[in-house]
Design a protein around this ligand. Structure first.
Ligand code: MTE
Ligand code: MO
Length: 403
């Protein structure tokens, strides 16, 4: 036996000598066989679509958070300061759905992991690319939920800065999810629902049996358990069952959590002792705490909504930022830069655009729930503004600069 080469009629055909390979026995390399139907495409699709929804919610709410927190210049003056609870809702969703996504991602990986053992590992260039895209998807997805989880626990065991990296990798996840959906579209369509084969007779493999229903129910129950025991950090009616979230909305001085204490920010009693508020603008001026207390007071019920997912409503009273900067000669479309007593830290200086600065609910707050601010909540004065990430609710304010 040999291989016939030379197909031209005029050329004499000749044969290569057969190449005989010794017969190889490689039992150790044979992959494990998975016959369970819980690892089939129908299960992967059923879990995958919920994971897809979760990742989409996380991506969109993450974009909102990103643009509210660090808007490009052209957007800064147009960010809406209403509804007052907007950021509280979107960031509560971001963290709540992100936590649920951990369960869904684990379930999805469990459903598809036998594919790690497909044999041969690479069948074609197309197959290699498909596997590579899944590798990127899994790696970036795991990275996002893991860094998100550690961030809400305020644990940063990595050498990079969380926010820009979490933001950049979100685009990698989004891209690889879209690619994955495109590649898997035929399979997803075929296995979308237990009845998706229509009038065609379903084999036992395809029909949802008690085992698959039990698995999906179990995954649903796990998502429910994670959600119910954490969502109370922002959804206060469930605060009493907030057992697993890192923060509890009611725990902290004056009934409000604190992320950065005055001590951690280097704001000492001495620094606060001869405090005054400086307002820079066309007609700059300075006020002592007593003088500030003499200005017309305003009151607003507004949430602190931390990017880490906890949020809580409170009554704040103080003086409108709008009035303070107008007194310094600010025009009605001015924004403001706010500087804290804090010596260093990423949130020492904050800027707010027109919509926030001119909103009648945006205050330089002096009191929280009726009492003078405690040191950890920003005594003598702090910012509170509607629809704003917590990181921008600057504490220990000492200077306003009209923009
Ligand atoms: N100067 C300054 N202000 C700050 C911070 C900070 O680190 N420094 N932390 C912010 C963050 S992340 C949040 S969530 C809110 C929390 O306010 P609270 O500690 O009064 O609850 O304050 C914000 N104000
Ligand atoms: Mo925060």
């Amino acid at each position: 036996m040999g291989t016939r080469i030379g197909r031209h009629r005029n050329l004499p055909a000749f044969r290569l000598p057969a190449l005989r390979l010794p017969h190889l026995h490689l039992p150790a390399l044979r992959p494990p066989a998975f016959s369970g139907r819980l690892h089939d495409p129908r299960t992967a699709t059923a879990i995958g679509r919920w994971l897809g929804v979760a990742l989409a919610v996380c991506f969109l709410t993450g974009l909102i958070s990103h643009f509210l927190q660090s808007p490009p210049d052209w957007l800064a003056d147009h960010l809406p300061s209403r509804p007052v609870w907007g950021y509280r809702l979107t960031q509560g969703l971001h963290v709540g759905v992100g936590l649920a996504a951990i369960v869904l991602l684990l379930a999805k990986l469990w459903a598809v992991y036998p594919r790690l053992f497909v044999w041969p590992p690479v069948r074609s260039v197309r197959h290699a690319l498909e596997r590579l895209s899944v590798a990127v998807l899994v790696a970036s997805g795991v990275f996002q939920v893991l860094t998100g989880l550690l961030n809400i626990a305020e644990w940063y065991p990595w050498p990079f800065s969380f926010v820009p990296v979490h933001y950049a990798v979100a685009w990698v996840v989004a891209g690889s999810v879209l690619l994955h959906l495109a590649v898997k579209a035929p399979e997803i369509r075929a296995h979308w629902s237990s009845r998706s084969a229509g009038t065609l007779a379903l084999s036992d493999e395809e029909r949802d049996g008690p085992d698959r229903r039990a698995l999906l129910l179990g995954v649903g129950a796990a998502v429910g358990a994670v959600t119910v025991t954490t969502v109370g950090q922002s959804f206060t009616p469930l605060a009493s069952v907030d057992l697993l979230a890192p923060r509890h909305p009611g725990y902290g001085p004056q009934g409000l959590p604190v992320n950065r204490t005055a001590a951690a920010a280097g704001v000492t009693d001495a620094a606060v002792l001869d405090w005054s508020l400086e307002v820079l603008g066309p007609r700059p001026y300075r006020l002592t705490l007593a003088e500030l207390g003499q200005l017309p007071p305003s009151r607003a019920r507004l949430p602190i909504a931390c990017v880490e997912g906890w949020s809580v409503d409170a009554w704040w009273s103080g003086v409108r930022i709008r009035d303070l900067i107008e007194r310094a000669g600010a025009l009605p479309d001015a924004g403001v830069r706010v500087v804290s007593l804090e010596v260093r830290g990423a949130y020492r200086v904050m800027e707010m655009g027109r919509e926030y600065a001119q909103d009648s609910l945006t205050l330089l707050a002096l009191r929280l729930n009726g009492d003078v601010l405690s040191a950890d909540h920003g005594f003598p004065a702090r910012i509170i503004a509607p629809n704003r990430p917590g990181v921008l609710q600057t504490k220990w304010v000492t200077r306003l600069e009209v923009l």
